[in-house]
Design a binder for this molecule. Sequence first.
Ligand code: WTA
Length: 658
Amino acid sequence: MEESARSANVKDASVYPVPKHYAEQSLLNEEQYLEMYRRSIEDNEDFWREQGQRLDWIKPFTKVKDTSFEKDDLHIRWYEDGTLNVSANCLDRHLAEHADTTAILWVGDEPGQSREISYRELHREVCQFANGLKSLGVKKGDVVTIYLPMIPQAAVAMLACARIGAMHSVVFAGFSPEALAGRMDDGHSRIVITANAGKRGGRSVVLKENVDRAIELCRETTVEKAVVVNYTDDRVNMVAGRDVDYATLVSEQSEDCPPEEMGAEDPLFILYTSGSTGKPKGVLHTSGGYLTYASLTHEYVFDYRRGERFWCAADIGWVTGHSYIIYGPLANGATTVMYEGVPNYPDVTRVASIIDEHQIDVLYIAPTAIRALMAEGDKPTAGADLSSLRLLGTVGEPINPEAWRWYHDHFGRGQCPIVDTWWQTETGAALLTPLPGATALKPGSATRPFFGIRPALVDNEGHLLEGASEGNLVLLDSWPGQMRTVFGDHQRFIDTYFSTFQGMYFTGDGARRDEDGYYWITGRVDDVLNVSGHRMGTAELESALVAHPAVAEAAVVGYPHDIKGQGIYIYVTLNSDQQPSEAMQRILRDWLRSEIGPIATPDVIQWAPGLPKTRSGKIMRRILRKIAADEVDQLGDISTLADPGVVAELIARHEALA
Ligand code: WTA
C-alpha cells in the first residue's frame, strides 16, 4: 500500500464543546452516548434487535444478525427472516397522522421556484408510477435505471421501484452516454427513466439525447422502454413503441398499489462507484438493514425532530442523496429539501437565501462547496439572517480546519455544531460522526464511531494499532447498512474489501486516531481520487485515456487542490507519430468528458516522454504524485527504477508548466 495521496490533517488544537442548549435538549448527551455505544458493542444483537423496531415489518424478524468477515466464509445477513416494504415505511405509515406534512420541499434552479409535496401526494404519485412500471412489464428483481435531474420525479421513481421490489440503479445525470451505457449493461437493465432535459445553474442540460445514444451503445442488454419526464420545453424525439411519456403513463394509473412484500435481504438498489481497479462496481444494498441504519443515523446524527426542514445538498446520483435526501429522512417522516441547482447560481448568496426563504433547520453539504463559497469571503452570507439553522453537516471528503471554521462562523454564526460524517457508498450511511449533543468537536475530525460500529487502525501487515496512532482504517464487525455484494461479481466484493486484512472490512482510507480516541481521515490509501467529493478510480481514467488512438500510455494521480480537495493530474505519453500541442490537450480533455463526464475533466495534462517504472514494469505513482504536488524534495529512493533519468525530465517539464 502506498502512502495517502493527501497529507494528514494538521493537528488542530482547538476544541468546540457541546453548546449548552444541545447538551440539555438533544436526544443524547455525552454520558448517554457513551452508555448507548457501550451497549451497542457489548450487547450488539440486542441493540440491533431493538433498533429493528423502528421499521414497520410485514412479518417481524426473529433472527437479527448472521455475519462473518472471514473471506472463506463471508456472509452478511441482517433481520433475514423478516419481511417489509421500504416504500411503505417511507410513505404509507406516515399517512395516518402526518399525511399533510411536507415530505419533499423542492427548490428549483431559478430563485423563487419551489414546490411542497405532502406525504399524501407523494404516496399517490408513487403508487401510480409503480403501477405504470408494472404496466410496462417491470417485475420484482428487475434493474431499473434512473437518469434524472433533481426533480421530484426522481424520488417518485426510486420509491416506486422499492414499492414493486425492482432494484433501482440511479446514474448521476452528469455522466456521459458511454458511462450510462456501461452501467445499464452491467445491470442488464431493460428500462430507463429519464427527462427530456434538466436545469442547472441557468442552463438546460441535455438528457434524453444521452439516453438515446446510450441505448445504442449497450452491448449486454436491450433497453426496451424509456420513460421520459417532459420537464422542460425542449422537444425531444420519442421513439414509437419504446419511449413513454411519464405524465401520460401516470395519469392512466390507479392510485392503489399494494406494496410488494420483500425479504429483509432482498436488494433495494445498486449504485455504481469507482474502485482502484477496473470498471465501476455496482454496490448492492438490501432492504431491512439499510433502511434501519439510514433511518437511525438520520435521527441521531442530525438530532432530527419532526417538523424540521432538513436540507442535504447532494445529488440523488450519489449515495448521500440516496440515504439522506430520500430514505433516511422519509423513513423518519421528515421534510426533506431537494434542490435542483448549484450553490453559486444565480450568485454566491443562493445557499443562504434558500435557508432564509424556507427556514431550513439543518444544512448538510460537501466541503468542496464550502471551500468554493469561502473563496468569496463574506459575500455568501452577507445580509442573510440564517437564524433558522440549528445544525450543520459535512460529508464526502476531509474538511480542512480553515473551511470548517468559516462554515461554523458564517453559516453557523458561531452557534451551530458541525457534524463531519465519514462514510462510503459501501457503508450505506454514516459510521464515524459526532452527535451534536454528545460530542465536543475538533475541526477536521469525524470524531467517534456511531452505535454498533467498531473502527480500528492497522499497519500494512494487518496488525492492530493501539492508542494514538495512524494507519489503515478498517471495521471489525458488520452493521445493518453495509453493502452485501458487488452486483454480478461476488468475488470482487470479497477481493476488494475482505482480502487485504484477514477478518476485517478494509475501507481504502487512511486515518489517524488521537489521544482522545477521535478519528481524523487522511484520505484514500488506494488509487481512488476524491475530486470535489466525487470518487474516481485512476484506473478508470487511465483506461479511457489509452483507448484514445493518439495515446500510448497514461498515468493519473491526484494533487492537492484548494477548492476541489484533489485535482486530476495526468501524465500522457503520445504515440510516436503524434505531436504534443494545445490542440491535443483539448482533444484529450474532451475525450475524457465524453467517455466519463464533466467531473472527469483533468486539471493538468503533462506530456511525458516516459513514465517512471519499476524493473517489473509497474508505474511508480508515488513519484508521479510527489511531482504533481510540488514535493520533489520528498521523492525517496528512485534507484530501483528501470530508467531513473525519466524522473528528472518529468520534474523539468512539471516546473515548466507552472
Ligand atoms: C471520503 C460518500 C473524510 C473517504 C459518503 C471515503 C470522507 C470516500 C468523509 C467515500 C469525511 C467521505 N471525511 N473523508 N467526512 N466522507 N469521505 O463512496 O475517502 O462517494 O472512502 O461516499 O469519501 O466516498 P463515497
